[in-house]
Design a protein around this ligand. Structure first.
Ligand code: C2E
Ligand code: CA
Ligand code: CA
Length: 782
């Protein structure tokens, strides 16, 4: 069996071809059989077909492993029972001879077969229809269709059989069972037919044909048995043979698997074809009562009973359809205006709500839209998974509903963005108060999955007079969104009220974003280089690459103005890679060309976004390969806050970079909120002490000085080097040197300069080079 499944799944076309051949050969055999040319061979027909059905069942059910097997087994078993029943009938010679009770034996065998088939087909329908509601609907429709067929069968088949006076009572009764049983078959087939999409399944067509031939066979038999018609036995058997053949095709066809697969769409609205069948079913008995006005009273009673059942079922069915319709309509309306996760209204609802506010007759006509964005929500999602993220959002929704007034609207309009609409305010101060209250409510941690999560929100506020004809829901939401961005930029956990200058700023930012998309390919980005100097001997030990944007109309733009935009848009990933490649190849060139410098390194800045990029380390690898630089000639600088945002991820990525052999530095050290102890967590080589501390050294600020001393001492203890940034004066240089810093960088030596100015700068630095600490011994090494 090993590998059998895979084989089968990979050769559906082969199976389809097989089905075609089986059908061709089968029909040919049946044709010859019917013509009587087979002679004694014709005895073989049914055993042969039965064997075929067995083999096909084995192949389809055992090798293909459909989702459900029982329905197929039941149907297969029924086919066998029919065969045995047929054989006994021939053996007992009871065909067309109903005078003896012996004729009941074959019936005792075949009748359970019908039940088997019915339950098998029902099982298929059941497997396809997932919801209970859909099953009940299908069953009702099937029963209605079946009752109609029963009415027909009664008049033309059952009643004549019952009236056949040749046969004993019991035999007649048994005989009259067949048509209703066939009807039962039709009903279950119909039930299956009423499951969505079944008509597209090839195997189903074969199955339907099999049931049809079965019914046809029963009718023919009935007619022959009751001597209403006289035809040769080979002819009466043809429908059964065809039924077997169709059953074999069903089970051999690869699409049989789909018959026990639940339907994707649980379509509740009945299709037009289905409605037509049910309608026709309702009409048939009525029509017959009219047409057959001569029928006997017993028939009329039966027909009346059938009509009564049909009417009851039809009313029930109609009621269900209507109810389903109203329900689905209400559900659709709700889904369109609500968020599925939190159940809160969505953006569309807010639009309608704001529009309705216009019709207020209240004298306080100010409305405020508060745009809330959860701070660092992405972090929770990335580090704890979406499940927890979702629960956090639900907790936020509850929190917001708890702290707003009942008449305020709380909505979720996307990801971690919520909106509160507060109406009937008198002034902007009211709006601000509400916003502050919302912001402060996040001081109490939220609980999700038994965890206490500390979070904060940034809130943007926009207000408008509802009578103002220019007010639009869209612009109000957009303005509140813009203000929210300001709150984020102000350091998060803040409230910002919209004003017109923000709109300009937002527009400028948008324009910048647009232009930045082309900056790289239009070669508007350039690198400037700032030398890094060794404190002990005043030599140039490295450079830091700093990005500049030569904007065609705005001139040179500093990185602080466009790096955040690049980070938000993800453009920092290609830009950052370009910076690294460009700076590395520049360094490789200088190492060969520039006299007076030794093994200098190149420092390159990295953004958080780049750290999350899986291809970062392979990019670094490639660049080292391309340039032929030793890995430690590259120093990657990451800010402290970046590392702290997601320490686990950061130390993993840093570990990977470390293995390549590049040097790692913590940039702007001291500006974040991490403690010195955190240094130990990350495998770094250098700590860059932020400019703000170096600045303090000029003003005899002892607290700054002891901080720098502490940083250096801690770093030295961990064998981590230190670089002082932003050294502008001689005095600062001397102090940082005394405190134990090994390298310095700042305007005192050189501003960042374009590549072409670097040789001259280096030459000047070599010329004026002097050890800074000639006079003062280093306290750390003394
Ligand atoms: P940073 O990494 O801290 O870079 C040092 C910044 O301090 C540079 O500003 C530099 O011009 C400035 N600086 C150097 N010496 C002095 C001094 O003595 N006095 C003063 N006042 N400033 C000094 P810049 O070039 O404007 O860069 C600002 C920031 O932009 C950088 O801070 C870095 O975080 C970021 N940045 C620059 N280039 C890139 C880049 O390629 N990628 C990424 N992700 N960020 C970059
Ligand atoms: Ca830096
Ligand atoms: Ca820095």
């Amino acid at each position: 069996m090993a590998g059998g499944d895979a084989d089968v799944k990979h050769s559906p076309t082969g199976d389809t071809r097989l089905v075609r051949w089986v059908l061709v050969l089968g029909v040919a055999w049946i044709a010859v059989y019917a013509s009587g040319l087979l002679g004694p061979l014709s005895e073989l027909t049914f055993p042969l077909f039965a064997l075929g059905a067995l083999a096909a069942s084995w192949y389809g059910v055992w090798r293909r492993r459909p989702a459900r097997r029982l329905p197929w087994l039941l149907i297969g078993a029924a086919m066998m029972l029919f065969l045995v029943g047929g054989a006994t009938r021939v053996a007992f010679g009871t065909l067309g001879n109903l005078s003896s009770h012996r004729s009941l034996v074959p019936d005792a065998i075949t009748i359970p077969g019908y039940l088997f088939i019915g339950f098998g087909l029902g099982g298929l329908a059941r497997a396809r229809l997932v919801s209970r509601e859909a099953r009940v609907d299908a069953m009702l429709d099937a029963t209605i269709s079946a009752l109609a067929v029963l009415a027909l069968a009664w008049i033309y088949l059952v009643a004549p059989a019952l009236n056949d006076s040749h046969a004993p009572e019991l035999v007649r009764l048994t005989l009259s069972c067949y048509p209703p049983l066939s009807v039962f078959l039709v009903a279950t087939t119909a039930e299956l037919a009423f499951s969505a999409g079944v008509r597209r399944i090839k195997a189903y067509s074969f199955l339907f044909a099999a049931a049809g031939f079965m019914l046809a066979g029963d009718v023919v038999y009935m007619l022959v048995d009751t001597h209403l018609v006289h035809i040769a036995q080979t002819f009466t058997d043809v429908p059964y043979a065809l039924a077997y053949l169709c059953f074999i095709a069903t089970i051999l066809h690869p699409s049989m698997l789909q018959l026990t697969e639940p339907t994707q769409t649980d379509e509740r609205t009945p299709t037009r074809g289905r409605l037509a069948i049910v309608a026709a079913a309702l009409g048939i008995p009525a029509l017959m009562t009219i047409v057959r006005s001569d029928s006997v009273t017993k028939d009329r009673w039966v027909l009346a009973a059938i009509i009564a059942s049909l009417t009851t079922l039809a009313i029930w069915r109609m009621f269900r359809a209507l109810r389903a319709h109203t329900r689905s309509e209400a559900r659709l309306a709700f889904q369109a205006t609500h968020d599925t996760l939190t159940g809160l209204p969505n953006r569309m609802y807010v639009h309608g709500y704001l529009d309705r506010l216009r019709q207020t007759d209240h004298e306080r006509t100010l409305v405020a839209v508060l745009f809330l964005d959860i701070d660092r929500f992405k972090l929770v999602n990335d580090s704890h998974g979406h499940g927890l993220g979702d629960e956090l959002l639900i907790a936020v929704a509850h929190r917001l509903q708890a702290v707003t007034r009942p008449e305020d609207l709380v909505a979720r309009i996307g990801g971690d963005e919520f909106i509160v609409v507060a109406g009937e305010l008198t002034s902007n101060t009211d709006a601000l108060e509400i916003a502050e209250r919302l912001r402060l409510s996040f001081a109490v941690p939220l609980s999700a999955r038994g965890m206490e999560l500390v979070s904060s929100v940034s809130i943007g506020v926009a207000t408008a007079d509802v009578r103002d004809p220019a007010m639009s829901a869209e612009s109000l939401i957009r303005d509140a969104d813009t203000a929210m961005y300001q709150a984020k930029e102000a350091g998060r956990d803040a409230v910002a009220v919209f004003d017109a200058t923000m709109r300009d700023r937002a527009a400028r930012r948008l324009a910048l974003e647009h232009d930045l998309r082309f900056a790289l390919e239009r070669e508007q980005l350039v690198l400037h280089y700032q030398p890094i100097i060794g404190v002990r001997d005043g030599r140039v030990v490295g450079f830091e690459a700093l990005l500049r944007w030569k904007h065609p109309s705005l001139g040179e733009i500093p990185p602080s103005a466009f790096i955040p935009v690049a980070e938000d848009t993800g453009l920092i990933v290609p830009i950052g890679l370009w910076v690294m490649r460009r700076a590395a190849s520049q360094l490789a060139a200088w190492r060969n060309e520039l006299a007076g410098i030794g093994d200098v390194y190149m420092a390159v800045n990295l953004s958080a976004r780049q750290l999350r990029e899986a291809r970062l380390s392979s990019g670094v690898h490639d660049i080292i390969d391309e340039t032929g630089l030793p890995p430690d000639a590259l120093q990657l600088e990451l800010t402290e806050s970046l590392l702290m945002e997601n320490p686990d991820m950061a130390s993993e990525v840093l570990g990977g970079l470390r293995r390549i052999g590049v040097k790692l530095a913590i940039d702007d050290f001291g500006t974040g909120y991490s403690s010195l102890a955190y240094l130990r967590r990350f495998p770094v080589d250098i700590v860059k002490i932020d400019r703000s501390f170096v600045d303090g050294l000029d003003r005899d600020d002892t607290s700054e000085e002891s901080l720098v001393a502490a940083i250096v001492a801690m770093a030295t203890a961990l064998r981590i080097g230190t670089t002082a940034e932003g050294v502008e004066t001689e005095r600062q240089a001397v102090r940082v040197g005394q405190l134990g810093c090994q390298t310095v960088q700042g305007y005192l030596y050189s501003r960042p300069v374009p590549a072409e100015a670097v040789p001259a700068t280096v030459a000047r630095l070599v010329e004026t080079r002097r050890p800074l600490l000639r006079a003062v011994p280093n306290p750390m090494t003394a």
